[in-house]
Design a protein around this ligand. Structure first.
Ligand code: HDE
Length: 753
């Protein structure tokens, strides 16, 4: 408030003390230091305009980013200090009684440094340990008051800051990004009425129907407890033992074995809230709802051989991809769509909407687009933000409520509980990344690492000494939807939960031929790693219930006979509403942004024809792609016309699998040198094998043959041949081919091909 101006010591590193915006202004006579946030201005700018809202997000604003200013530390031009702020004169040598004498116990500087180091690690998340996150905002397309009073949807153009974290599930914190797995898609919205965490996955269904089975599921998929293997992988006996005994997991297995399990990028995958939630409006009326995030870049995936090789070449593949895109100003964006339906409609479905192993086909309940999320700033500090962020399904706000999904019920408990161990106590909500922007006042007190300085003598309610404050908000606060429950207390499941296969079949039947082949290959690979034959057999018998075509393909790949179908839990299930849902194929979302952010490798050597490469570089860069000159080594090369070309990557430090497309240059001398390099040939073979676009210029076409791809020379999808001089015609064709992401008809990953 005004009376505090000048009384708060000005600290340029803590410009925005909570509630004291005036602290931003230095008192008279104090010179403000340079604004550290200016250093990252390029990543702060929100994109200006959206066609759907017609409004503009405020430029450069992001309330979470600003509120974190109070804890940002910038050491530029500052002396080194201890944690008590004491300047340190010597950071090289411990204190000793004589140069060759014993170190002294009194060396508080050494002891503080080492003690702090000793305690740097915290327990990793029991699942989703490996993740990457970014700041951004959600922008509403329009008021959604008819359905919900939730703050982010209050009006057209409203901006709500967010922090989103993407993750793998099974692997430990340092595991590879490209493991076959579901991906976490967790969004914390810092709304006017408190934090709302939408903690979802990139797959709309889950393995199990009831929270009671979650520890079993996770124990089965994690490294086996006796020897701690395998890391970040489901291809082992305990996982398949469990899921083959749990037919309800079959639907999600189909998704994880599909290309959804190996996304190309966090920026190119969908997100789903999975459970049915409730929307509640001002009048207290409620509808059911499912949340969907759709990436503007489209949904794209890796192929398995590529994922395996990337895991070695760059285990941080997805983390790097997200970081670099945001740093370069290519802010990833998703549209939030809601499936809104009434309880009465839900009653009529052949499946139960409280069963998280089922989705609602978009053909039955279409998506209503309600807003967009843009991620426009990387964290400053991985630990403080990405590691310490605490997502909890219990964090909901007025206007959103839970359904009775028994899986969701367990999560409401689990997430808060797990943070207490992981973040060391009940005050994890006070860690800067977790503090709401909405004010927090209550009578909770104390505990380890308490930050708030709650004033006054009252920490109870009712009270008269504090005038009854903080007072109950009444209907302005969160009111649980008054759902009527009159049934007996039981341990059991509703009847429709017993149907386990209809949607697994729906999913399989909705895939393209290539997607189906990849699913079969994934089952084949995973089950081939299972050592106990009875487990393979049991899983196959379950797959027979999904698709005899799939079961036969997998059985053949394992050298087995197709067994009899596993008996179903229910014989007279209601017939499914639809048998094909095109929205379930990855091809349904090709994306709207062409080749933006695609990584293109242009091979270089001494003697390359430079002019065409320069033209191509320009055309690709103008289309938003990221072009890398890749040599047998990094450094400078000389073109055939004495031009200097710098290779920023080498085939050793960046093998072909890291790129979305490849250019083979013209220039006889260069081609000869490249052709005698095994890394070049491996690179070309991988690009070919994985169905990626290759443009071969002039003499560079010979490299295809040298790599053993003679057949590729004529009219093979995604292999483009050009003279190597004029790029005007070929560049647009190349760009279009890259935008297709992959040319699956050319893939040759099946055994024997
Ligand atoms: Fe989680 N899950 N989960 N989960 N989950 C955690 O919370 C849990 C489930 C999901 O980026 C843990 O903070 C139970 C479904 C994501 O920090 C833990 C059940 C979905 C993340 C936990 C489920 C998810 C988690 C571990 C079944 C998709 C990472 C660390 C009842 C809708 C969030 C933590 C982040 C993390 C429990 C099932 C998504 C232990 C008990 C279904 C994205 O609390």
């Amino acid at each position: 408030s005004d009376e505090l101006v000048g009384k708060i010591p000005y600290n340029s590193l803590k410009k925005r003390e909570h509630g004291h915006a005036n602290a931003v202004v230095p008192p008279p006579g104090v010179t403000a230091q340079p604004d550290s946030s200016a250093l990252t201005a390029s990543t702060l700018t929100e994109s200006a305009m959206t066609a759907k809202t017609g409004g503009a997000a405020r430029l450069g604003s992001n309330a979470t980013v600003e509120s974190l200013d109070r804890v940002r530390v910038d050491a530029s031009e500052q002396p080194l200090t201890t944690n008590q702020g004491v300047p340190v004169s010597d950071n090289q040598n411990s204190l000793k009684a004589g140069l060759r004498g014993p170190s002294l116990l009194e060396d508080f500087i050494l002891r503080e440094k080492v003690t702090h180091f000793d305690h740097e690690r915290i327990p990793e998340r029991v699942v989703h340990a490996r993740g990457s996150a970014a700041h951004g905002y959600f922008e509403a397309y329009g008021a959604l008051r008819k359905y919900t009073r939730a703050a982010p949807f209050a009006e057209k153009g409203k901006i709500t800051p967010v922090f989103a974290r993407f993750s793998t599930v099974a692997g430990e914190r340092g595991s590879k990004d490209t493991a076959r797995d579901a991906r976490g898609f967790a969004v914390k919205l810092y709304t006017d009425e408190g934090n709302w965490d939408l903690v979802g996955n990139n797959i709309p269904v889950f393995f199990i129907q009831d929270a009671m089975k979650f520890p079993d599921l996770v124990h089965a998929i994690k490294p086996e407890p006796h020897h701690g293997m395998p890391q970040a992988g489901s291809a082992h006996d305990t996982f398949w033992d469990f899921v083959s005994l749990m037919p309800e997991s079959t639907h999600m297995l189909m998704w994880v074995m599909s290309d959804r399990g190996i996304p190309r990028s966090y920026r190119m995958m969908q997100g789903f809230g999975v459970h049915t939630f409730r929307l509640v409006n001002e009048q207290g009326e409620s509808v059911f709802c499912k949340f969907h995030w759709k990436p503007l870049l489209g949904t794209h995936s890796l192929v398995w051989d590529e994922a395996v090789k990337i895991a070695g070449a760059d285990p941080d593949f997805h983390r790097r991809d997200l970081w670099e895109a945001i740093e370069s100003g290519e802010f990833p964006e998703w549209e939030l769509g809601l499936q809104i339906f009434t309880e009465e409609e839900a009653e009529s479905f052949s499946f139960d909407v409280l069963d998280s192993t089922k989705l609602i086909p978009e053909e039955m309940v279409p998506l209503t687009p309600v807003g967009r999320m843009v991620l426009n700033r990387n964290p400053d500090n991985f630990f403080a933000e990405t590691e310490q962020v605490a997502f909890c399904t219990a964090h909901i706000i007025p206007g959103i409520d839970f359904s009775n999904d028994p899986l969701l019920a367990g999560r409401i408990h689990s997430y808060v509980d797990t943070q207490i161990t992981r973040l060391g106590g009940a005050n994890f909500h006070e860690l800067p990344i977790n503090t709401p922007l909405a004010p927090v006042q209550n009578n909770q007190r104390d505990g380890i690492h308490r930050q708030s300085l709650n004033r006054g003598r009252v920490a109870y309610e009712p009270n008269s000494l504090a005038g009854g404050c903080p007072f109950q908000a009444g209907t302005a606060g969160f009111v649980s939807f008054p759902e009527n429950n009159t049934e007996d207390k039981v341990r059991g499941k509703p009847a429709k939960f017993a149907e386990h296969y209809a949607q697994a079949t729906l999913f399989f039947n909705s895939q393209t031929a290539v997607e189906k082949a990849h699913i079969a290959a994934a089952f084949r690979f995973e089950l081939s790693k299972v050592e106990v034959p009875a487990i393979r057999e049991r899983m196959l018998s379950s797959l027979v219930n999904v698709s005899t075509e799939l079961a036969a393909e997998v059985a053949a790949g394992l050298g087995m006979q197709v067994p009899a179908a596993m008996p179903k839990a229910i014989a007279d299930a209601e017939p499914a509403e639809i048998s094909v849902s095109p929205a379930l194929s990855l091809t349904a979302l090709p994306g709207e942004r062409g080749i933006r952010t695609r990584q293109i490798a242009v091979l270089v050597e001494d003697g390359v024809h430079h002019a065409a490469l320069a033209d191509l570089h320009l055309a690709l860069t103008n289309a938003g792609a990221v072009v890398h000159f890749v040599g047998p080594r990094v450094g400078l090369f000389t073109g055939s016309g004495e031009e200097i070309i710098e290779a920023n990557k080498s085939l050793e430090n960046a093998p072909g699998v890291l790129f979305d497309a490849l250019v083979l240059p013209d220039g006889a001398e260069a081609v000869k040198a490249l052709g005698s390099n095994i890394d070049t040939l491996d690179c070309i073979k991988d690009q070919f094998r994985h169905g990626k676009t290759i443009l071969a210029l002039g003499a560079g076409q010979a490299l295809l043959e040298m790599a053993g791809i003679a057949a590729a020379r004529d009219k093979v999808p995604g292999i483009l041949l050009a003279t190597g001089t004029d790029m005007i015609e070929i560049a647009p064709v190349f760009i279009e081919a890259i935008a297709a992401h992959r040319h699956p008809s050319r893939e040759c990953d099946q055994p024997g091909k």
